[in-house]
Design a protein around this ligand. Sequence first.
Ligand SMILES: N=C(N)NCCCC(=O)O
Ligand SMILES: [Zn+2]
Ligand SMILES: [Zn+2]
Length: 315
Amino acid sequence: MSPEPIGPVDASTRPRFADIATFARLPRLDQVEHADIAVVGVPFDSGVSYRPGARFGPAHVREASRLLRPYNPAQDVHPFAVQQVVDAGDIAANPFDITEAVAAVETAARELTENGTRLVTIGGDHTIALPLLRVAAERAGGPVAVVHFDAHLDTWDTYFGAPVTHGTPFRRASEEGLIDQEASLHVGIRGPLYGKDDLRDDERLGFAIISSVDLETEGLPRAIERMHARLGDRPVYVSIDIDVLDPAHAPGTGTPEAGGLTSRELLAMVRALGEHRLVGADVVEVAPAYDHAQLTAVAASHVAYELISAMGNRH
Ligand SMILES: N=C(N)NCCCC(=O)O
Ligand SMILES: [Zn+2]
Ligand SMILES: [Zn+2]
């Protein structure tokens, strides 16, 4: 029998503002025999097209995650008791060479998932979704349904001739056959595009869209219904760009767009994913330099907590 999971440090006997921060004050990977879920940081932002700083995201989210508690009433689950969740530290990626950095993330993700551990990765910019999806599809034995929360499509082709950036991971992933083209979708899309072709290309690459306006006009229950219908019973990878939230809810990000989701809407949609077989997830694009009073980091840490809870729901 495997031992009982080691949970977070108890905030009622040891102040939650003490100690070096691990995610939710969980044990480190080297302190357990086996991890069901590893939270891992990728402090990398060399793929950004506008404001830099997401390289400081993992540390900022860990700091804000000190406030998380062990029982999640919204999903009626003790996410850190039904499964062993750990902090696996950071994947240190080369800030001067995107190709090398992406390869390093892929290698590290492959190693971390060797014994069935699922990853919840904290970015870092959205470039890192590409190597993470490579490993997720490999582990799932084929393409995965991607549910991608973002203001942006991230299926553009190149920037300055560069094919691997934070605006292009899902085009590359689709071209590489990593995503299930019948079951993938974006949620929260809004704002100006380069042209109409962006949407045509996006559909051809295998994505459906629940836009921010759809959410407003159709409401949350209908959006959740559409998400369930699209994902079906496929293995699901969840990629959450924190800029899916309105800048009022998440100012600390590099390419903010007005008219986004509330954190309440995003948390509700993530909770609904508890019905699905989640093979991995990321929360990216938290850039602390533009944050205020940890607003963005609190949102990101709660989103990660709901993801871990959703993974625990079907444990
Ligand atoms: N992945 C994020 N956050 N943003 C992509 C924006 C790409 C652009 O500048 O057009
Ligand atoms: Zn975005
Ligand atoms: Zn993005």
